[in-house]
Design a protein around this ligand. Structure first.
Ligand SMILES: [Zn+2]
Length: 128
């Protein structure tokens, strides 16, 4: 489990305790704040008021500090954040930006080290 979550672009920490704060943007331009759990495989999410997302819709995640897009270059359905463990080791945490799709992967050296969520079969190392 990660102690700290940082943005891959600006490298600022974006977790508050065991929650990760992200900005979400829908295709229709609706924006809001989303809190995710830092526990991989825990898909509980909290949304700012008036930010309503329909299951199956894609939500682009942005860093709340530098506002850059966290989408994977190779697969726009996926986003990347960096988890830092208590020893300072970093791994990429990749997760689906499709609301309701439970697919999360922990990557080290371009290999999937762990995967989480009931939809984790959807992507392989070639897709991410
Ligand atoms: Zn950032």
């Amino acid at each position: 489990m990660s102690k700290k979550i940082i943005c891959p672009k600006c490298r600022n920490s974006i977790n508050i305790g065991n929650k990760v704060a992200l900005v979400g943007k829908t295709k229709t331009g609706l924006k809001g704040v989303i809190l995710l759990s830092t526990t991989l495989g825990d898909y509980t999410a909290e949304f700012s008021d008036d930010f309503t997302i329909v299951e199956g819709n894609i939500v682009k995640f942005l860093c709340p500090i530098c506002h850059r897009n966290l989408s994977r270059r190779r697969n726009k359905n996926l986003a990347t954040i960096i988890g830092v463990d208590k020893d300072g080791n970093e791994s990429n945490i990749i997760f689906s930006q499709i609301f309701g799709e439970k697919s999360t992967y922990r990557i080290e050296d371009n290999n999937i080290k762990e995967s989480f969520g009931e939809n984790n079969f959807k992507y392989t190392e070639n897709d991410i």
